[in-house]
Each structure stands twice: as structure tokens, then as C-alpha cells.
Design a protein around this ligand. Structure first.
Ligand code: ZN
Length: 164
């Protein structure tokens, strides 16, 4: 009997992923922890990942490549900003070329340090993977129908999701 559900809108998908940059270097992975959980079809995933997962079955493993527009965006020239060091964790250790996380109005954002001054840092706001074709290695772990409550909240409850 095959009662497995395919990945589709209004379903909760648990999946493992390894994200690689355009040189094949591993940037991020869920493999050392719990699988990611996402309410599918609600704009919670980047386009490239959403398209790759659509219709896949639990147990399927595959690779998908996403162009910048479907992943971390195109790189914008001269998109830098000067920030006060007192708003940056561990600012004293930062050197040009290093990455750090800034809290912004849109949430945490990974930026690259361009220049270090006495009291300020100049940072490049482009995501480090902007302008790159990235590759995801994906394993679909499980798929289940979302609950009415999850659909109204727009996110997953329970394992891998929100607890409230
Ligand atoms: Zn909720």
C-alpha cells in the first residue's frame, strides 16, 4: 500500500539539504541536525528550492541548481553601508573580507566587511551567495497535510516549526 503524499501546496514538508556555492563548496547543511520543516506553497522557500521540491515524494534524493534570481539574488554594485561597531557583535575581531550577521528591520542579514574604521564598519549588503548559481542536495524526509491552524498562521507547528 502506498499512502505517501507528494510535496504540494498546503503540505508540511520535512527535508534535509546541503547548500553548495558555485564552486561546489558546502555553505550550509541540515545534515548535522533536524531536517528543515516548511509549509509548502506559502512563499516560505526561495523560488529555486520550491520549484525543485514540487511533486517530489518522501525518500527521494536529488540535486537542484538555482540561478541567482531564484536563489540569493543578483549582485548589486556599490551596495555598501556604514554601521557603527557598537551595533555589531564581535566587531573588534572583524577584518575586511569576513562575514558577519547584522540585525536589520527585515531580520538578520549576512553581510561582508569591506573596511574597518575606528568606530565604524563598511559592509557589503549583498548576500555572500548573490550572483551565484547555487546547488542544493535534497532529501525529502516526510510530507503531511498541514492543519487548518498551520494554514491560517502560514507556518509549521510542532517538530521543526513554531511551538506556541
Ligand atoms: Zn503558528
Amino acid at each position: 500500500m502506498n499512502d505517501k503524499l507528494a510535496v504540494s501546496k498546503d503540505h508540511v514538508v520535512h527535508f534535509h539539504y546541503v547548500l553548495r556555492d558555485c564552486d561546489g563548496k558546502e555553505v550550509e547543511s541540515s545534515r548535522d541536525g533536524e531536517p528543515s520543516a516548511v509549509l509548502f506553497g506559502h512563499g516560505n522557500l526561495m523560488q529555486g528550492l520550491e520549484r525543485a521540491l514540487d511533486g517530489k515524494m518522501p525518500g527521494e534524493q536529488f540535486e537542484a541548481t538555482a540561478a541567482p534570481a531564484d536563489a540569493f539574488g543578483e549582485r548589486r554594485d556599490d551596495w555598501t553601508q556604514r554601521v557603527s561597531k557598537k551595533y555589531v557583535n564581535g566587531a573588534a575581531r572583524l577584518k575586511p573580507g569576513m562575514q558577519t550577521k547584522l540585525q536589520t528591520e527585515q531580520g538578520p542579514r549576512v553581510v561582508t566587511v569591506v573596511k574597518v574604521g575606528g568606530k565604524f564598519l563598511d559592509v557589503d549588503l549583498n548576500h555572500p551567495l548573490a550572483g551565484q548559481d547555487v546547488t542544493f542536495e535534497i532529501e525529502v524526509v516526510s510530507v503531511r497535510a498541514a492543519t487548518a491552524e498551520e494554514l491560517s498562521h502560514g507556518h509549521v507547528h510542532g517538530a521543526g516549526g513554531h511551538h506556541h
